[in-house]
Design a binder for this molecule. Structure first.
Ligand SMILES: Cc1cc2nc3c(=O)[nH]c(=O)nc-3n(C[C@H](O)[C@H](O)[C@H](O)COP(=O)(O)OP(=O)(O)OC[C@H]3O[C@@H](n4cnc5c(N)ncnc54)[C@H](O)[C@@H]3O)c2cc1C
Ligand SMILES: *[C@@H]1O[C@H](CO)[C@@H](O)[C@H](O)[C@H]1NC(C)=O
Length: 485
């Protein structure tokens, strides 16, 4: 029973993605006597373990300097777009969250590099960024997996830390501190289901259960009915936002969902809900997109523009809402995207064909496009960069090999979530409210939270938000433990 539960002696972290791991790490560093990390899945790491581009930070010692990178805040505000209103208090709150994210980004990178030992020495410039500030390692392990495994290993060396997998939090336990008008529930613990068993655990709670892009028929269908049935790069799993709204948490920007135009349709499991990302660089290095053998879009438009163009076409209606779009790389593009292509071929997502083996319309399109590229004829769809495309449209092209695969738009990230303040506390008040109402005993971090990214999350900023707000939340929760202790 909620009222009989003892004050907890452990910080409870829910979800073992990067936000949860960062929170656990910060709680231990703030001298929490114990930290329990609860994870619903059998394996820890969530979607965080799949991140492949990297994590943002500015300014950092890994960036080429000078000049010092001073535009991260303004780039993020710009990307958030119209969701940042022109008036206080909402504007102040949203910009305040962004300021925390960008101001603490260099110390987040230092933490991972120096304390956790992650190689972050390679820098890339992703869309929407004024300069290169997305960090990853030089080795083969992608950044998400590298960060998650090293952080987890470090945590497991600490006797105060306990990871429990196969444990789903099903409810927050709260008590009402005072009575009368204005009385607020205080979170004092969680109910946990493991197999058939349900137990209670007491302590301050950091909620880090991730987004809802993988919750197609649940939260996604509720907040974006137009996207119901669209596959995802995220693991299929339910969003846990209801557990927080049940005790008064407010939601924001729930209709703001990032779509990636190209997820691979695996020929051997076309109806799989989970899709592998066809990296943007395949198009950057020269790849084109075809529908019924014909081009239909500037392949280098923004993610929104390309996704929109695809979604105007007729979908293939099956168990999923998918579009049958072909991605085609000529020999020059295949070579330039070499290491990626080899991996996708190994996965069976791309295959090689001679130009002569393509159907007639596709052959015609390739020829027309190649001639236009070779002769510098302006592209009908406005594409102005052709990557490493080398076919020139002559007879000799027929014996050359292109790389082909099928792609469809996928949901990738959910910008919306629960409202938090700069301390990572979950709020029972909206961003536009005059007064802030905190839910005591409860913090949240990572993709479950909303209000930071607005219209559009910049690539590399979600791993960053996990580290920055995860650490803040973990530290805050640990301090409550000592206060109560
Ligand atoms: C393919 C892919 C590539 C990406 N690449 C990048 C990138 O390069 N850079 C970048 O910044 N971002 C990237 N992102 C986005 C980023 O990875 C995620 O937004 C971020 O990792 C979310 O972290 P999180 O800790 O909030 O949630 P997650 O990592 O999703 O972890 C949440 C965890 O909580 C668990 N959980 C859920 N409910 C419960 C419950 N009730 N009880 C217990 N446990 C629960 C889940 O099982 C899960 O393990 C990518 C995403 C994908 C899918
Ligand atoms: C290729 O160009 C020719 C000549 O302009 C045109 O008739 C034909 O329709 C084009 N083919 C495709 C598939 O675009």
């Amino acid at each position: 029973m909620a009222s009989t539960i003892r004050e907890g002696r452990s910080v409870i972290v829910v979800g073992s993605g990067l936000a949860g791991l960062a929170a656990a790490s910060a709680a231990l560093r703030s001298n929490a006597k114990a930290v329990v990390l609860l994870e619903r899945a059998v394996k820890p790491g969530g979607n965080s373990i799949k991140a492949s581009s990297g994590i943002n930070g500015a300014p950092t010692r890994f960036q080429s300097q000078p000049p010092l990178d001073t535009t991260f805040f303004s780039d993020t505000v710009k990307s958030a777009g119209k969701r940042i209103p022109s008036s206080a208090p909402e504007q102040t709150r949203r910009k305040g969250l962004i300021k925390v994210l960008t101001d603490k980004s260099s110390s987040a990178i230092d933490f991972l590099a120096d304390d956790i030992g992650v190689d972050l020495s390679v820098i890339a410039q992703l869309g929407g960024h004024s300069v290169a500030r997305t960090h990853r390692g030089a080795g083969k392990t992608p950044p998400g997996a590298d960060i998650v495994t090293r952080l987890l290993k470090k945590l497991q060396n600490d006797k105060r830390f306990q990871l429990r997998t196969g444990c789903e939090v099903t409810k927050l336990i709260s008590t009402t501190e005072s009575s009368g008008p204005g009385a607020r529930p205080k979170v004092v613990g969680v109910k946990v289901r493991s197999g058939d068993e349900i137990t209670s655990l007491a302590g301050p709670v950091v909620f880090a259960t991730g987004g809802f892009a993988g919750d197609t028929d649940g939260l996604l269908a509720k907040f974006r009915p137009d996207l119901a049935g669209i596959p995802s790069t995220n693991e299929p799993r339910p969003g846990m936002h209801n557990l927080l709204t049940e005790i008064g948490a407010r939601l924001v920007d729930m209709d703001s969902v990032q779509i990636h135009p190209t997820g691979f349709v695996d020929p051997l499991s076309q109806d799989s809900h989970l899709k592998f990302l066809a990296a943007e660089m395949l198009r950057g290095e020269g790849g084109i997109l075809l529908y019924n053998g014909k081009r239909f879009v500037n392949e280098l438009g923004t993610r929104e523009q390309v996704s929109h163009a695809i979604m105007q076409l007729n979908p293939n209606l099956g168990p999923l809402k998918q579009w049958k779009v072909q991605i085609l790389l000529d020999p020059g593009a295949c070579t330039a995207a070499g290491s990626h292509v080899a991996f996708y071929e190994w996965k069976g997502l791309l295959s090689r064909k001679k130009v002569s083996e393509l159907d007639e319309t596709t052959r015609d399109t390739v020829k027309n496009y190649s001639l236009a590229v070779a002769k510098h004829i302006p592209d009908v769809f406005g594409r102005s960069a052709f990557g490493h495309w080398t076919l020139a449209g002559g007879q000799e092209d027929n014996e050359k090999e292109v790389c082909v695969g099928w792609v469809t738009p996928v949901t990738h990230f959910t910008m919306g979530g629960v409202v938090i303040n700069e301390k990572g506390q979950v709020l029972a008040s909206s961003l536009e409210a005059d007064d802030e109402v905190v839910i005591p005993g409860l913090w949240a971090a990572g993709e479950i939270t909303g209000g930071i990214h607005g219209d559009n999350r910049l690539g590399g900023s979600s791993l960053l938000e996990c580290v920055v707000f995860g650490r803040i939340a973990g530290e805050q929760a640990a301090s409550q433990l000592t206060d109560d202790g």
